[in-house]
Design a protein around this ligand. Structure first.
Ligand code: DC
Length: 217
């Protein structure tokens, strides 16, 4: 069974998708982490994010693995190296949307996501899972929250990771990524027609997961 979880940045999709996967005993696939890992590779190799051809070549040569750990966390491994923390840094977050809008890069990563999904039951979270990657997914969710709440959550998350960011920085970053992610030509963020819409603004994580479980069982 494939469960697609899409939505804008900071709505809490990754958190609920990870918990849902653990509860169901499914594999959890964080597709945003793949775009982030590739962005890290580009920055480390001094490849400009807008150099489509070189970024595409980099994508083709990259080995990105996701490991589901027993405690429910996810390890992201790029070319054999654990980059789970590095990919959450501001320098990645600031430019990842620009890399994710490159059509050829999306083709490479979508192929990888479909291969992983073909291995069995899984929950995938991203922006285009229900619309492009797995349009036939058995269950689709679109997880949303008000812009203020999304800024608030992302701010707390980054502070929790020890990052010295201001609320204003986070608000600017989210607004910028929302714009790029939803207006790009290749697979823009949008709700699949048959996705279940959940506004999580006033809900706890447990309540959101509970609602999702209610739609699955
Ligand atoms: O979910 P995230 O913040 O880790 O995602 C990082 C970026 O990757 C986000 O700005 C949009 C992009 N992305 C995408 O275009 N398609 C996906 N399936 C997942 C993420």
């Amino acid at each position: 069974m494939i469960i697609a979880v899409d939505g804008p940045s900071g709505a809490g999709k990754s958190t609920v998708a990870r918990i849902l996967a653990k509860k169901l005993g499914f594999l959890y696939i964080d597709t945003g982490a793949m775009y982030r890992a590739l962005t890290l590779k580009a920055l480390e190799n001094n490849v400009p994010i807008n150099d489509r051809l070189r970024i595409f070549k980099l994508a083709e040569g990259a080995r990105i693995d996701l490991h589901n750990n027993a405690d429910g966390s996810l390890s992201v491994v790029l070319d054999g190296r654990d980059v789970s923390l590095d990919i959450r840094k501001p320098k990645i977050t600031q430019v990842v949307s620009d890399l994710a809008k490159i059509k050829e890069v999306r083709q490479v990563l979508v192929k990888l996501q479909r291969e992983l999904g073909a291995k069995g039951d899984c929950v995938l979270d991203g922006r285009d899972i229900g619309t492009v990657v797995f349009p036939d997914a058995q269950k689709k969710f679109f997880i949303d929250a008000s812009p203020e709440e999304r800024v608030n959550r992302r701010f707390k998350e980054l502070r929790g990771l020890g990052q010295d960011v201001s609320e204003d920085d986070v608000a600017k970053d989210l607004a910028n990524r929302d714009k790029i992610d939803s207006t790009r030509k290749a697979s823009p963020l949008r709700k699949a027609e048959d996705a279940i819409y959940i506004d999580t603004t006033k809900l706890s994580i447990e309540q959101v997961v509970g609602k999702m479980m209610g739609h699955i069982s």
